[in-house]
Each structure stands twice: as structure tokens, then as C-alpha cells.
Design a protein around this ligand. Structure first.
Ligand SMILES: Cc1ncc(C[n+]2csc(CCOP(=O)(O)OP(=O)(O)O)c2C)c(N)n1
Ligand SMILES: [Mg+2]
Length: 281
């Protein structure tokens, strides 16, 4: 596949992830739309091209791992996993129902293909760093990818994990920082700003940092991961400059963290996602 073909196929995959994410959230009537949509492109690159995985053998010990430290974006991960064939997509249209295997926050004991249980912000990156160290101790050469929110990065635990990963030279740990500028009820700058900024902060903690200027551009993300693979002795942070709600107009405009809509409104959102996918085909 040449670059142009890869660009197209990853864009299509991202559009499918957005469509399925909206269907999954619509099945419940409410959920975390903004932070799910902002990482759809990065998930498309990971699951569509980069990760060494086997949907038929989800716990294959040599697989690459993907951890959603920002676990509230679970629906986007379920969309990617369903599209890869880990389970029938329809199974995920039961978000957060009693007894459902698809809680709004990712849970490795419930959903096939989910590597770690997350949702309490700050903890997922710590677990991911532990997994990267454990893999190395077992002679497993795979990579651990972990999505961290920019609001989540207000948690002190994120920086303990950053220090740990740097100390142990975890160059197979790749954090994708979803720098969408917003958190639950405001902008990151209003609620708790990052001062010197996330690039300088991760650098100060001894990480290799790649500033991905457009974190919703699949090829820019792909190139950044290729670059990350060349890191020696340092964990890598990709600072993805994304748009919260990317791809669905009303979420993009409002930056909504979560949305509760009625059936007609969800139908319109799903139609928008469907139309955008069809325009690419
Ligand atoms: C420890 C903890 N505190 C609070 C919450 C509630 N919460 C869920 S999402 C969120 C905002 C996170 O913002 P960000 O990391 O920027 O997420 P994104 O913009 O990617 O959706 C908060 C405060 C939580 N899940 N865990
Ligand atoms: Mg955010």
C-alpha cells in the first residue's frame, strides 16, 4: 500500500469508528461523545495499521497493548475492537446496561480485547508503565500504547508514572496525550493549566516528545509512531493536538464532554456520521 492508499483507508476506518461510536452511545442515550471522537483517528492508526494484534487470540502474550487511561472514551475503543472482529459489533449496542459487557469505562474483565481496566483518571498510565516493564522482564518485545487526557494530566499520579517510566527507560511505552484543550466542565487552561505546556513537561521528565501538530491527521499520527519506534532508552509521548468532538458538528462546536439526546437527535447524529463515511467511499 502506498501512502495515499494508506491515508485513504485509515480515514475510512476513522469514519467507521466515529459512526460506530455514535451508535454505541446512542444505544444508551447518553455518554462521553467529546473525548471519544477526538481519539478516533489515533485509534484508526493503531488498530488499522500499527498494532501487532490477533483478534482471534486477544490475550496473545506477544501482542501490542492499547490502554485507555482516559477510560471514559470506552465507546470509541469498543468501535475499533468491534470493527476488527473481536466481537460482533451489535454486542456493543448495550452501553452501560445492567449486565452488559460494555460499560462506559473500559474493563478488561468484561470486554474482549480490552487490555486494562481504567476510568479512574491517572491510573491507566501507571498500569501501562507497569505492563511495559513486565513485558520487558519477560523478554517480550511488544509496545504498550496508552491514551491520556490533557485534563487527566492534572492528576499527580500521571507524573509519578512519567518519572517511573523514565527511570526504567521504558522505550516501548508510547503515550498518546489527547491534547484537546478541554476537560469535563471547561478548558484545561481555565480549570488547571499546564504552565510550561505538555511538550516541555514530558521532556523535563526525561521522555522523548513528538508534537503532533494535527492530532486528527492519520498520516501525521502514523509518522509520529514510526518515529517513536526509534526511541532508545526513553518512553515516548505523542502530544496529539486534537479537537474535542472532532467529526460531529454539534460536539465539535460545543466541545461537549458528554451528551444526553433524544432518539430523533441521535438519529440525526448517526446520519451525519454515516454521510461523512459515505462521502469518503
Ligand atoms: C480520578 C477521577 N476524577 C474525576 C473523574 C471524572 N472525570 C471523567 S472525565 C473527566 C475529565 C477528563 O478530561 P480529559 O482528560 O481532558 O478528557 P477528554 O477531554 O479527553 O475527554 C473527569 C474529571 C474520573 N473519571 N476520575
Ligand atoms: Mg481533554
Amino acid at each position: 500500500m502506498n501512502r495515499e492508499e494508506m491515508n485513504h483507508s485509515l480515514k475510512v476506518f476513522a469514519a467507521k469508528i466515529r459512526l460506530e461510536t455514535m451508535k454505541i452511545i446512542a444505544s444508551r442515550g447518553n455518554g462521553h461523545v467529546g473525548g471519544s471522537l477526538s481519539i478516533a483517528d489515533a485509534l484508526a492508526v493503531l488498530y488499522g495499521e500499527v498494532m501487532n494484534i490477533d483478534p482471534k487470540n486477544p490475550r496473545w502474550e506477544r501482542r501490542d497493548w492499547c490502554v485507555l487511561s482516559k477510560g471514559h472514551a470506552g465507546p470509541a475503543m469498543y468501535a475499533a475492537l468491534g470493527l476488527k472482529g473481536y466481537f460482533p459489533m451489535e454486542d456493543a449496542y448495550h452501553l452501560n446496561e445492567g449486565g452488559s459487557n460494555f460499560p462506559s469505562h473500559t474493563d478488561r474483565n468484561k470486554t474482549i480485547g480490552v487490555d486494562l481496566t481504567t476510568g479512574s483518571l491517572g491510573q491507566g498510565i501507571s498500569q501501562a508503565a507497569g505492563a511495559a516493564l513486565a513485558n520487558r522482564m519477560q523478554g517480550i518485545d511488544s509496545h504498550v500504547f496508552v491514551f491520556v487526557g490533557d485534563g487527566e494530566a492534572d492528576e499527580g499520579q500521571v507524573w509519578e508514572a512519567a518519572q517511573f517510566a523514565s527511570h526504567y527507560k521504558l522505550d516501548h511505552l508510547i503515550a498518546l496525550i489527547d491534547s484537546n484543550g478541554r476537560q469535563l466542565d471547561g478548558t484545561v487552561d481555565e480549570v488547571m493549566s499546564h504552565g510550561m505546556g505538555l511538550v516541555a513537561k514530558f521532556e523535563a521528565f526525561g521522555w522523548k516528545v513528538i508534537d503532533v501538530k494535527d492530532g486528527n491527521d492519520v498520516m501525521e499520527i502514523y509518522d509520529a509512531i514510526e518515529d517513536a519506534y526509534r526511541s532508545e532508552g526513553k518512553p515516548v509521548a505523542l502530544i496529539l493536538n486534537t479537537i474535542k468532538g472532532k467529526g460531529i458538528d454539534f460536539v465539535e462546536k460545543s466541545g461537549a464532554h458528554s451528551s444526553t439526546l433524544n432518539k430523533e437527535q441521535w438519529d440525526a447524529v448517526i446520519k451525519e456520521a454515516q454521510d461523512k463515511l459515505e462521502a469518503l467511499l
